[in-house]
Write a protein that binds this ligand. Structure first.
Ligand code: C2E
Ligand code: CA
Ligand code: CA
Ligand code: CA
Length: 275
């Protein structure tokens, strides 16, 4: 078993050839998908808890495969990262998300996920600036979501990229907060605009006191540091009520809406919260 660095294990002993071959096929497919423009961006609303309105959408990649239908990012992002294909795919998502957001009827934010691999590309800052310029989207409407693993690698270079982006007006969010190692020290290493509380804590909010205590601590931390807190994966009214009571700033999850195609953004903006 070989650890892939995300705490999961992939087994290479049995059926190595079949697996390696399937992987090679997927890689070829992934390259072709870029050429054939088979990727799509779906959008999931993020709501302000106190105001109860949509304030942003998270852009989430989908692969609309000609034979296999819609493929979730969990099934192609890891390979895209291993092969470096995440760089052109991520750039495409970023450019498309900026183009889409610039057309929206309200000036809500758009949040785009950045892979640690994209930070190895020396052109990242230029790519972001170009995406904003080409779309006409003001920098303050773009949020870039990174996980703390980004800060683990070559942190000097990474920090200077993040500072440059933030100086340009782009907001930076710390994604999947609480799932890594020394999360608190990352909050000191960079002035994040937002902390996204990982779904695993939100899921157990109403059923486990320790998860409740962690969410309370993180929202409190956000308040004292002046950082927006967003709860991910909110599925029930009970969870939402607890988050509101704790003063969590924003909420995102199936309770409000799953990620949907770009064409449905307008209806997600106008419709009241799903009951
Ligand atoms: P993430 O950034 O943590 O995104 C949130 C994921 O949680 C999304 O899965 C979303 O559909 C899902 N989700 C939202 N609300 C709920 C809920 O209430 N319950 C449950 N069970 N799930 C919920 P998705 O779209 O499958 O994306 C999975 C991951 O793939 C993302 O996790 C992100 O790490 C990665 N990803 C997606 N698009 C991109 C991209 O363009 N670039 C990069 N680098 N990574 C991406
Ligand atoms: Ca994210
Ligand atoms: Ca997340
Ligand atoms: Ca996640």
């Amino acid at each position: 078993a070989k650890e892939d660095g995300r705490g999961t294990y992939r087994f290479f002993e049995a059926g190595m050839d079949a697996r390696a071959q399937a992987r090679r096929l997927l890689e070829l497919d992934l390259r072709a998908a870029l050429q054939r423009a088979e990727f799509e961006v779906y959008y999931q609303p993020i709501r302000d808890v106190a105001k109860d309105v949509v304030v942003a959408f998270e852009a989430l990649a989908r692969w609309n495969h000609s034979l296999r239908g819609m493929i979730s990012p969990a099934n192609f992002i890891p390979l895209a990262e291993e092969t470096g294909l995440i760089v052109p795919i991520g750039e495409w998502v970023l450019r498309q998300a900026c183009i889409d957001a610039a057309q929206w009827p309200r000036d809500v934010g758009v949040a785009v996920n950045l892979s640690p691999v994209q930070f190895k590309n020396p052109n990242l800052v230029q790519t972001v600036k170009q995406a904003l310029k080409a779309s006409g989207l003001p920098a303050h409407r773009l949020e870039l979501e990174i996980t703390e693993s980004v800060l683990l690698q070559n942190s000097e270079a990474t920090l200077s990229v993040l500072h440059e982006l933030r100086a340009f007006g782009v907001r930076i969010s710390l994604d999947d907060f609480g799932t890594g190692y020394s999360s608190l020290s990352y909050l000191r290493s960079f002035p994040f605009d937002k902390i996204k509380i990982d779904r695993s804590f939100v899921t157990e909010l109403a059923t486990r006191e320790d998860s409740m205590a962690i969410v309370r601590a993180v929202t409190g931390l956000g308040k004292s540091l002046g950082i927006v807190t967003t709860a991910e994966g909110v599925e029930t009214d009970a969870q939402f009520d607890l988050l509101r009571r704790e003063g969590c700033t924003q909420a995102q999850g199936y309770l409000f809406s799953p990620p949907r195609p770009a064409a449905e953004v307008e209806s997600m903006l106008s419709s009241a919260r799903a009951q």
